[in-house]
Design a protein around this ligand. Structure first.
Ligand code: UT7
Length: 332
């Protein structure tokens, strides 16, 4: 029997309307457009406004678009995995909420929390379900309302993040396209440098934790930067070597969008030209789990069947990883 691979059959995204520019941030914290652009590459980011709206609302819009675009009915979906660091609630899983809002009734649904590497972790996990032959239509979501955990008095983090959602439909293939290989890694020592101090079981929410602003992203930027530059490049090079890919064989690098300098360093180590690197950090900032599907969606019309694509991410945990995909379809 031919080996089953899991291929991406379609992508859709949701971007909130509100655009938070560097100029507006200059009025909120002591920063400048020049500092933000040269140190990070971000020019603007989207923010989800509106009382009572959360990550699931953005993800729901992306999934509805995905179903329409791929001519798939909600009843056909077998599994929904949502990669998120900003779930609607501590529990239940945001994936179950999205499934309910979309009308997906025949699937099981769960979340994966691997911070900025969550989409890659989820895609690799989803692929194994499809490869087993038991699951035919699997949705992988990457969605975050980062503005819900960003401290807009902290200039070192608030300039980085944005809100968005993206979703892909995975299904089986026997023609050699799809997810060919993945490498996932983690090292819990990194938790020291990037975390949210309160709101979990160690330090539940209290007046004190709120007063101490402990429900926001805490990041020691330079330390995270140092690890990210090394680990994201290492893992991307490792997946190339393992699959005998030379620089010229890679059509696209799809990197997590945390900092333009990290992306450039990864591309340099891989020997990839700038024109082959998907970069949209200037428009959306770091949308955590949504960065990779946002890139794939922005470049979808340029992708061709058989293109060799390398995804790479690094995030809190620390977590990092890379996926090698042979793209499955020409854009119509
Ligand atoms: O996605 C998950 C993983 N996360 C990442 O990969 C993020 C990795 N880290 C980074 O991208 C960078 O470390 C940052 C963009 C967060 C910070 O850039 P940096 O080049 O590492 O800056 P820094 O923290 O070393 O700060 C340099 C200076 C400091 O001033 P002094 O001490 O030199 O006087 C900061 O206070 O820049 C100052 N600074 C700012 N100035 C203007 C920090 N933030 C700002 C700001 N505007 N927003």
């Amino acid at each position: 029997m031919d080996k089953i691979t899991a291929e991406i059959k379609g992508i859709a995204t949701f971007l909130p309307e509100y655009i938070l520019t560097n100029k507006e941030l200059e009025t909120i914290v002591d920063t400048s457009d020049e500092w933000i652009v040269t140190r990070t590459g971000v020019k603007e980011r989207r923010i989800l406004k509106g009382e009572g709206l959360g990550t699931s609302d953005m993800a729901t819009e992306a999934v509805k678009k995905l179903l329409k675009k791929t001519n798939t009915s909600a009843d056909e979906i077998d599994l929904v995995i949502c990669a998120t660091t900003t779930p609607d609630m501590q529990f239940p899983a945001t994936a179950t909420i999205v499934s309910d809002k979309v009308g997906i009734k025949n699937a099981f649904s769960f979340d994966i929390n691997a911070a900025c590497s969550g989409f890659i972790y989820s895609l690799a996990t989803a692929a194994t379900y499809v490869e087993s032959g038991k699951y035919k239509k699997v949705i992988v979501i990457g969605a975050d309302k980062m503005s819900s955990i960003v401290d807009y008095t902290d200039r070192t983090t608030c300039i980085l993040f944005g809100d968005a959602a993206g979703a892909v439909l995975l299904g089986p293939s026997k023609d050699g396209t799809g997810i060919i290989d993945s490498i996932l890694k983690s090292d819990g020592v990194g938790r020291r440098y990037l975390h949210q101090k309160a709101g979990g079981s160690v330090k539940p929410a209290s007046h004190e934790t709120v007063d101490a602003r402990e429900h926001y992203v805490y990041q020691e930027g330079q330390m995270v930067f140092k690890f990210a530059v090394k680990k994201m490049a290492d893992v991307a090079v490792e997946i190339m070597e393992r699959n005998n890919l030379e620089s010229d064989d890679v059509d696209w690098l799809v990197p997590h969008q945390a900092n333009l300098r990290i992306i450039d360093a990864t591309a340099r180590r891989m020997g990839i030209r700038k024109e082959q690197v998907m970069i949209n950090i200037e428009k959306y900032g770091n949308t955590t789990n949504a960065t990779i599907p946002l890139c794939l969606s922005d470049w979808e019309s340029q992708l061709k069947k058989g293109d060799n694509i390398v995804l790479a991410a690094f995030g809190g945990g620390f977590t990092w990883g890379s996926i090698y995909i042979k793209w499955a379809y020409d854009y119509k």
